[in-house]
Design a protein around this ligand. Structure first.
Ligand SMILES: [Cu+2]
Length: 130
C-alpha cells in the first residue's frame, strides 16, 4: 500500500525540481550573457591594475561605455581622474579600489580623461571617450 503512494508523489517532485532548475539556469544565463555582451560589443572595456601599473595605458571607448578596473595587485589603488597621483580640480571620478577588487566607471561624456592612482603617483593612463 505504501509502495503505491510513494511513486505517485515522485513525478510532481521531479517536475518541481526541473522547473526550479530551469528557472535558475535562465536567470544565470541572462546575467552571464548581459555582462559579456556589453563588454564584447564595445571591445574589451577592462583595465587591469597589476604591478603598480594600468594596462592598457590608453583606452578608447564610446560615450556611455562602462569600463571595469580590476585591481590584481595585493595593495590598494584608486581610480582617479587626474595625473601623477593628483586629482583634477573637477575630477569626474575618484574611486578607491582595494586589492583584488574591481570597480566600474561609466564614461558618459566625450573627451580625454587622465586616470591616475592617488597612492602611486607613477600610475597613469588615458581614457578617450568618443
Ligand atoms: Cu596605486
Amino acid at each position: 500500500m505504501r509502495v503505491h503512494r510513494i511513486p505517485s508523489s515522485r513525478p510532481s517532485i521531479l517536475i518541481a525540481a526541473l522547473a526550479i532548475g530551469a528557472l535558475l539556469a535562465a536567470c544565470s544565463a541572462n546575467n552571464t550573457s548581459g555582462g559579456s555582451q556589453s563588454a564584447g560589443a564595445s571591445g574589451s572595456n577592462v583595465v587591469t591594475l597589476s604591478g603598480l601599473a594600468f594596462s592598457p595605458t590608453s583606452l578608447t571607448v564610446k560615450a556611455g561605455s562602462t569600463v571595469t578596473f580590476q585591481n590584481k595587485d595585493t595593495v590598494d589603488h584608486t581610480v582617479t581622474n587626474g595625473k601623477d597621483g593628483k586629482p583634477d580640480a573637477n575630477a569626474a571620478f575618484d574611486k578607491s579600489l582595494p586589492a583584488g577588487q574591481s570597480v566600474d566607471i561609466t564614461f558618459s561624456n566625450a573627451g580625454t580623461f587622465n586616470v591616475t592612482c592617488k597612492i602611486h603617483s607613477s600610475m597613469n593612463m588615458t581614457v578617450t571617450v568618443q
